[in-house]
Write a new protein. Structure first.
Lengths: 395, 272
């Protein structure tokens, strides 16, 4: 594996259960807080905790974008209202040209909530709602087309859909496109929205906790679903904090259960270290995938112990704050990791009561100051897909 | 940009009336679409463990059969292949099943739910052949193949490893078919490389990709030797591009990709 070039993270924006903006996300995760609440969705009665984005139900897209209206695209729209992020995108577009800025976004279920409602209405009336446009609102491509329209980007684009690693893998694709000289900068990100398909799907697998999710806790018993939209602007040159490496792998094991020793996760983390030209000892913090299921946290802990050694690296999961945002988890947690490097502080695992001692990890249980040069973010998904990213400070 | 060169070492084709690359090349030479035949029979994939084999969804059957065909002429060991799966709606009838259940009982099957992810096919590929290399799923509507091809070639360029590219569209069923009129299963699997070290490994042809802003040159029309009904299949662009194997050096197939035009051009093979 050849060492990859550092790509600067110039700007980020994110909307999440705890509010709008990167600062609002850091505020809650840095304190070990949570944006989760008991399920009060009018359209779902499952006993669960959820992480809806404030304002999504009231959000109105401008008339010119109305045909794109879906819960997923509303989340993207809310995230793209961040003025500093938009200024940074405009700046790279004028520097390189709109056609030299790529767009690589991840999603798992895209705007399927729109089709859920349309199927209901079709059963009642016998025909599709007049304003229902599958391509613009539900299709996997929708989030890319919509975001390109909002941002005015004309470069190459793609949606990556590999379940819960989707918006981590977007960094890898963008890195390869920059490396091949196709583009000079990229908007990467991910969007996933609450829907019945995933709420009932995870419930059917008995992975949806009735309690708030407690990653790495001895009494953890499942996930809480959240929703989010996040974007990062990557430059071909390094910046104060840069993507310095990434690694991907497949478990080749099971569609919905991780390899018990986390072999695939180990391979992804090792590939990420190699790409960054680092050793395990160089990493000061890992933002774990940490979903809060018994098996996932156990497998990830096994992988972390194998790669880093027992109790050798500070680890936390921020899913207790945001919920598991599935196809958006990669970007949300990459943004947390970048922020940890900027703030020189480690976010604790939210909702933790009794850390699971059998995991033999240095779990961050309270806000911690750190001298942090390099940090890793892990994301794994159904289908045995794994991705680890390394971010580094330039100083 | 500089052109991205790649070598195509093996390719398979699976669609009604086109059961192999040879069938596709013959249709291309003949200039007319294959005669209408019965819908594809998709076998339960013998390569999967027995319990998974019985439950394999149509898209998993389609992609694994197509990959198996490509592997028969692959010069690379399957466990060394990185992969890119390119599809428009990559779950096929599972998506419709899920939406019907949500609209009625909401009793989602725990066996079906893991198959509702777009990376179900790539996940089962990795399980079937114990392939632990990275797998990516690229999607962009009718430009899914163009985006996947760009991902596959840039992956091969960046890593120096061979890459399996699978472009596919499972037939849609139920009300979803009214939204996404894909009536046939169509798929093709390519095994490609971009490293000088592989230039002399047996190959079908050499190509370069170019990316330019749209406007000056129009995208290529779909060729007359493919059924017109497949124009709504993203993977039909991949089938059309395979027709370049029957064309002279310098021949080109152009596809839109976002605001760009991606062209794939046949070039001379490296001299030995």
């Amino acid at each position: 594996m050849t060492r990859t070039s550092a790509r600067g993270v110039l700007a980020t924006t994110v909307v999440h259960a705890a509010g709008h903006g990167t600062a609002a996300l850091w505020d809650v995760v840095a304190k070990g807080g949570s944006g989760l609440r008991r399920n009060d969705l009018a359209w779902c009665d499952l006993p669960a905790w959820i992480g809806p984005v404030p304002g999504v139900d009231e959000c109105a897209l401008p008339a010119t974008l109305q045909r794109w209206d879906s819960r997923n695209n509303r989340l993207a729209w809310l995230a793209l209202q961040d003025a500093a992020f938009r200024r940074a995108v405009s700046e790279v577009m004028s520097r390189f040209g709109a056609h030299r800025v790529g767009l690589v976004l991840g999603t798992s279920t895209s705007g399927i909530r729109t089709s859920e409602v349309a199927y209901d209405k079709r059963r009642e009336s016998g025909h599709w709602p007049a304003d229902f446009e599958y391509r613009r609102t539900h299709a996997v491509e929708s989030i890319c087309r919509f975001s390109a329209e909002v941002l005015g980007l004309t470069g190459p684009m793609v949606t990556i859909s590999t379940a819960c690693s989707s918006s981590a893998k977007v960094f890898m694709t963008a890195q390869r496109w920059i490396g091949a000289g196709l583009i000079d900068a990229a908007v990467v990100g991910g969007v996933d929205s609450l829907c019945l398909s995933t709420l009932h799907g995870f419930h059917s697998l008995q992975l949806l906790s009735e309690d708030i999710c407690r990653p790495f806790d001895a009494e953890r018993n499942g996930i809480s679903l959240g929703e989010a939209a996040g974007f990062a602007l990557l430059d071909c040159a390094p910046a104060a904090v840069s993507l310095t490496g990434g690694g991907e792998s497949s478990d080749a094991w099971h569609m919905s259960a991780p390899h018990p020793d986390g072999q695939g996760a180990q391979a992804a983390m090792r590939a990420a270290l190699a790409a960054a030209g680092l050793t395990a000892a160089d990493i000061g913090y890992v933002n774990a995938h940490g979903t809060g299921t018994i098996a996932n946290d156990r497998a990830e802990a096994a992988a972390l112990r194998t790669v880093f050694g027992e109790q050798r690296v500070a680890v936390s999961s921020t899913k207790g704050a945001t919920g598991h945002t599935l196809g958006a988890a990669g970007i949300v947690e990459a943004i947390v990791t970048v922020r940890a490097l900027m703030e020189q502080a480690l976010p604790p695992s939210s909702n933790l009561r009794t850390p699971d001692a059998t995991l033999a990890l240095d779990i961050v249980t309270a806000p911690r100051v750190a001298t942090l040069r390099h940090a890793m973010s892990n994301n794994f998904g159904f289908g045995g897909t794994n991705c680890a990213l390394v971010f580094s400070r330039s100083d | 940009m500089s052109s991205l060169r790649f070598e195509l070492h093996a390719a398979s084709v699976l669609a009604p009336g086109l059961a192999s690359l040879d069938d596709l090349r013959e249709a291309c030479r003949r200039g007319t679409p294959p005669e209408p035949t019965a819908p594809l029979i998709l076998p339960a994939p013998a390569v999967l463990p027995a319990n998974e084999r019985r439950r394999a969804s149509p898209v998993v059957r389609l992609t694994l059969a197509c990959i198996e065909q490509a592997l028969q002429s692959s010069p690379f060991k399957v466990e060394t292949l990185r992969s890119v799966f390119a599809t428009d709606e990559g779950t096929g009838e599972v998506c419709d099943q899920m939406l019907e259940v949500i609209a009625t009982t909401r009793q989602v099957s725990p066996l079906v739910f893991p198959n509702t992810v777009q990376n179900a096919a790539s996940g089962f590929f990795s399980i079937a052949w114990r392939n632990r290399q990275p797998a990516t799923v690229a999607s962009l509507g009718l430009e899914s193949f163009a985006s996947g091809l760009l991902c596959a070639v840039t992956d091969a360029v960046a890593t120096g490893q061979p890459v399996l590219l699978v472009a596919y569209d499972p037939a849609m069923t139920g009300p979803m078919r009214e939204l996404l009129p894909i009536t046939d299963h169509t798929a093709t699997a390519w095994i490609l490389s971009a490293a000088p070290a592989f230039a002399h490994v047996p190959l079908l042809g050499s190509f370069v990709l170019d990316l330019e802003p749209q406007g000056t040159t129009p995208p290529s029309a779909m060729p007359p030797w493919l059924p017109a009904a497949w124009s709504g299949h993203s993977s039909a662009r991949a089938l059309a591009a395979l027709g370049l194997l029957e064309a002279a050096e310098g021949s080109c197939f152009r596809m839109t990709l976002g605001g760009q035009l991606l062209s794939i051009r046949r070039v001379a093979e490296a001299s030995s």
